[in-house]
Write a protein that binds this ligand. Structure first.
Ligand SMILES: *Cc1c(COP(=O)(O)O)cnc(C)c1O
Length: 395
């Protein structure tokens, strides 16, 4: 591993550990335990495990460690801990560091389960949570009062694709000594470098672009070695949300092609946004990479001008038109994952955000006509043609 390697090289070779057989493809160590040479060796390892020494797969495993090291190298983080799902990562990172009486400030526009953890679970244990409009720096500034322990947000929100200014919000948080945790799924590990922009902890659901082929649930928490080893590891290894070795292997294989997939997906998303902008059947086309997006300037500095792999469309005909559109598509599937090689469409108001009361939906811009499209790696012209014919049918 060279310090000069660019991300694409790191994603293929970073963290590789070869066994005595010199295998090319990463080995899957499907073992929960490890044998010690003697009773003394067991005692020594429990006392302090060295870098290539393992105790129990809930604590760590060679395949999982390869994945953690590769992700940390890719992100430029000191260390990483892999988890059983994205939500095990979000809830694990927050719960590991918070205690009763702590104050958290969070953006309001969140993935449904993230909102549940902050609103329903943390508050039950005496953590105070205040929600703000993530795009409003004055609101962040007013809410991040001295004594605030943590700041949480999704850098690109779901499904309305609002952008949170990582650098500015981190600066506000650091003024009062708060830890900044960023759920960076929509921004993808390819286009965003949240730690370099000031975040302390970056979390990915690796179910999304890292696997990218719809096979396995996974998550990862990245930050300083101190935070990962002293705060996150004890919490996850004792509460049980660790990643399985088989999942880690799936994720390692996904990482090898992630950059190629994500760049192709984003290029097609950009093309779709350009073609669909101003279409008669649509009241809104939301894509952060399109010049019409209110925060396109921030996307230039924060994501190198790339708007990610998801776009949202608002059909003028409301829910009936949205359903007709979804049902008329022949290539994308109707589902709720994202970042997949297959294009996937979701109607948030009746599925992922169904639970939200109407006033919250209104506040977040989740209208009856809104559909979210996660753009896959299919041929761009095929996708454009399919979307156009389905819009035609939806009126
Ligand atoms: C999918 C997702 C999660 C949860 O990840 P899982 O792997 O499904 O547990 C968390 N945050 C965001 C932004 C997501 O898109």
């Amino acid at each position: 591993m060279s310090d000069n390697w660019k991300p694409r090289t790191r994603a293929v070779h970073g963290g590789t550990r070869r066994s005595q057989y010199g295998e090319v493809s990463e080995a899957i160590f499907l073992t929960q335990g490890f044998v010690y040479d003697s009773a003394e060796a067991a005692e020594a390892r429990f006392n302090e495990a060295g870098p290539d020494e393992f105790i129990y797969a809930r604590y760590g495993n060679p395949t999982v460690r390869m994945f953690e090291e590769r992700m940390a190298l890719l992100e430029g983080a000191e260390d990483a801990f892999a988890t059983a799902s994205g939500m095990a990562a979000v809830s694990g990172a927050l719960t590991a560091m918070l205690k009763a009486g702590d104050r958290v400030v969070s953006a309001r526009a969140l993935f449904g389960s993230c909102l549940y953890v902050l609103e329903e679970i943390l508050t039950r244990y005496g953590v105070e949570v205040e929600f703000v409009d993530g795009t409003d720096l004055a609101a962040w500034e007013a809410a991040i009062t001295p004594g605030t322990r943590a700041v949480f947000f999704e850098s690109l929100s779901n499904p309305t694709l609002e952008v949170v200014d990582i650098q500015s919000v981190s600066a506000l948080a650091h003024k009062v000594g708060a830890t900044v945790l960023v759920d960076n799924v929509f921004a993808t590990p390819v286009f965003s470098n949240a730690i370099a922009q000031g975040a302390d902890v970056v979390i990915y659901s690796t179910t999304k672009h890292v696997d990218g082929q719809g096979r396995a649930l996974g998550g990862v928490i990245m930050g300083t070695e101190e935070f990962i080893r002293k705060t996150v590891e004890p919490y996850i290894k004792h509460t049980g949300g660790s990643m399985s070795p088989f999942t880690a292997w799936v994720m390692l294989k996904g990482l090898e092609t992630m950059e190629l997939r994500v760049r192709a997906q984003a290029a097609t998303a950009q093309k779709l946004a350009q073609v669909l902008h101003g279409h008669d059947a649509l009241s809104r086309v939301i894509y952060p990479g399109h010049p019409s997006h209110a925060q396109n300037g921030l996307i230039q500095t924060q994501m190198g001008g790339k708007g990610g792999t998801v776009l949202s469309l608002d059909l003028k005909g409301g829910q009936a038109a949205a359903f007709a559109f979804l049902n008329a598509l022949t290539i994308p599937v109707i589902s709720n994952n994202l970042g997949d090689a297959k294009s996937i469409l979701t109607h948030p108001a009746t599925t992922t955000h169904q639970r939200l009361p109407q006033d919250q939906k209104d506040l977040l811009g989740i209208t009856p006509g809104l559909v979210r499209m996660s753009v896959g790696i299919e041929d761009a012209d095929d996708l454009v043609a399919d979307v156009l014919q389905a819009l035609e049918k939806a009126g």
